[in-house]
Design a protein around this ligand. Structure first.
Ligand SMILES: Nc1nc2c(ncn2[C@@H]2O[C@H](COP(=O)(O)OP(=O)(O)OP(=O)(O)O)[C@@H](O)[C@H]2O)c(=O)[nH]1
Ligand SMILES: O=P(O)(O)OC[C@H]1O[C@H](OP(=O)(O)OP(=O)(O)O)[C@H](O)[C@@H]1O
Ligand SMILES: O=c1cc[nH]c(=O)[nH]1
Length: 529
């Protein structure tokens, strides 16, 4: 694998695009980010395919990247299917809520659920997955460590989550804290939902469970020590949790106070220090004061709402932008996708859409503040356009986007790349002519179709080789297949993709479906019709 390939392993840190750390401190909400760079991991293209397949659920065959070809046969992996991408569409937003016992996790979860009232939300408690105690363990229940990771049937939890994520209902046991059994009450039928909240003291302990989560919240009770890097906790936190625990266990669970205190010093406190607190580092967000922290909960709910309103792939890849659809935009898509549309109309409506994508893409360039004096003598505070940019079109279809870019950016330089597709045998770079100082520019990469992502990977790899920083590239296209999005976003997590619609998938000929056929032929009039 070439050194150009980088990706963040597992799920991206969703919260960091919404919150800036500086503001969070003021709001008592702490955000951590842990990008994992796989550039240093010597990976071949097969490993990359495996990584992408594992995280996306989409299988690739005949996958090519950076000139390396790894042919994967249908006997090894499934052909790309629409059902794989449809499944991806249904993926729920999974929130993990961890924290010490009696830290306020339930309150936080309840508040999130209440505030998301018009969403389908289910709460899954780690408690439901306590192992049934054996007779021997029951006889010496005071010696049983309910705060140890081994107390939970994590395999069962994973199996239940797998079903829910695949759109199937599951029966989740109801644990009886009096009899220490999970089969006293009938199980709870949980239906697949938009949001799943996984709550429990050790819900961040197993990496496989953490991997399922799109957002990880750690609830702290008391005043948080400023030294969050070392996860130091003030004694106030432990005191509050102990006081709450005593009240809850004696009043609600009718337990003897002596037994509660015994269990606390023998198991609860050491397990907090040894197993729970060390998982705080995995949290995206740390909420001090638990359910009392309304600001933090409001922000979390806002963030979840934003993510739920987006296409599922935008939830996974924060740098993927789909322009806001309107009936006008749907109408333009309807026309350009219709196989009966004349060449004249195809070009007209494709141009209209391209212009929208280009304008949207320009909106992602950095800007500086600028004040001007209006004819009324007033000051208008606005912005100055970003300087030092250029376009790069992928010949030939990408050239259809040049006019729109020129119409928006007077005198913009436009480079060209020609990539030749050799059947199913990989992409080859044939020609390139780029501005000499391209490494100092923001690059708007133009190609109306993102299919397998092979062409885009070739084009982006070339730009990186020329010294363009990944974060300076904005890839503009009209339609994107999920397979291409996965490949590009996983390989180049810092580039931005702006598209007008995300497609269902690819057919067996690697053409986008529903798609619009051969874009270049239809736009430039070289098709048979
Ligand atoms: N509509 C729009 N125009 C922009 C934006 N950013 C830059 N432009 C315009 O694009 C044009 C080209 O950008 P420049 O940075 O001036 O040109 P350049 O490519 O650096 O050219 P040289 O000075 O020859 O190196 C200018 O007219 C900019 O005002 C934008 O975000 N939106
Ligand atoms: O993501 P991929 O699977 O690589 O497919 C996308 C490529 O296919 C199209 O070009 P095409 O090869 O049809 O050539 P053309 O533009 O010359 O018609 C499109 O313009 C992209 O460059
Ligand atoms: O569907 C597709 C895929 C690649 N290129 C196209 O023009 N159409």
């Amino acid at each position: 694998m070439s050194a150009a390939l980088s990706s963040s392993q597992g799920r991206p840190n969703w919260s960091t695009d919404l919150f800036s750390t500086g503001r969070l401190v003021e709001m008592n909400l702490y955000v951590t980010s842990r990008p994992v760079d796989i550039r240093s991991m010597a990976m071949d293209s097969k490993s990359v395919v495996d990584l992408i397949e594992a995280s996306s659920g989409v299988h690739f065959s005949g996958f090519h990247m950076n000139g390396l070809v790894e042919q994967r046969h249908s006997s090894e992996v499934e052909q790309p299917t629409t059902s794989a991408t449809e499944n991806l569409h249904m993926q729920p937003f999974v929130i993990g809520v961890a924290g010490g016992a009696a830290s306020g996790k339930t309150t936080v979860c309840d508040m999130i659920i209440q505030q998301l009232h018009d969403q389908r939300v289910v709460l899954v408690n780690q408690d439901s997955f306590y192992h049934n105690l054996t007779g021997e363990e029951l006889a010496r229940v005071q010696d049983y460590n309910f705060d140890h990771p081994d107390a939970f049937d994590t395999e069962k939890l994973l199996a239940s989550m797998d079903k829910l994520r695949n759109g199937k209902a599951v029966d989740i046991p109801k644990y009886d804290f009096k009899s220490y059994k999970n089969n006293v009450f009938p199980p709870r039928r949980v239906n697949p939902s938009d949001v799943i909240i996984l709550e429990g003291i050790l819900i961040f302990h197993d990496p496989r469970v953490r991997e399922l989560m799109n957002m990880k919240i750690f609830v702290d009770t008391g005043l948080l020590s400023l030294d969050t890097s070392h996860c130091k906790i003030s004694s106030a936190d432990a005191d509050v949790r102990l006081a709450r625990r005593i009240r809850r266990d004696t009043v609600e669970k009718h337990r003897d106070i002596g037994a509660v205190l015994d269990q606390y010093s023998k198991f609860v406190k050491p397990a907090f220090d040894d197993f729970i607190l060390p998982t705080k580092k995995y949290a995206d967000i740390i909420i001090p004061r638990g359910g009392d922290n309304h600001v933090a909960i409001d922000l979390i709910v806002q963030h979840i709402r934003t993510k739920l309103g987006q296409h599922d792939l935008c939830k996974i890849y924060p740098n993927l932008y789909v322009i806001q659809s309107t009936f006008q935009i749907r109408g333009m898509h309807t026309l350009i996708r219709d196989s009966q549309t004349t060449k004249h109309d195809f070009v007209f409506y494709a141009d209209r859409l391209i212009r929208l994508v280009v304008e949207h893409g320009l909106g992602h360039l950095p800007f500086t503040e600028k004040q001007v004096l209006t004819p009324t003598g007033s000051v208008y505070t606005g912005v100055d356009f970003c300087k030092r940019l250029c376009g790069v079109s992928v010949i030939r279809s990408g050239e259809s986007m040049e006019n729109a870019l020129r119409a928006c950016c007077k005198g913009i330089k436009i480079g060209k790349i020609l990539i030749h597709r050799e059947g199913d045998n990989g992409q080859q770079l044939i020609y390139e002519k780029l501005p000499q100082d391209i490494s100092e520019r923001h690059v708007l990469l133009l190609d109306p179709i993102l299919g397998t992502g092979n062409s885009a990977v070739q084009a982006i790899s070339l730009l990186l080789k020329k010294g363009v920083p990944e974060s300076n590239i904005i890839f503009l296209n009209l339609i994107s297949a999920p397979q291409g999005i996965h490949v590009v976003c996983k390989s180049f997590p810092r580039i931005k993709i702006v598209t007008s619609e995300i497609e269902i998938g690819l057919n067996e000929d690697f053409r986008v479906i529903p798609g619009m056929g051969e874009f270049g032929d239809r736009y430039f009039g070289t098709d048979d019709n």
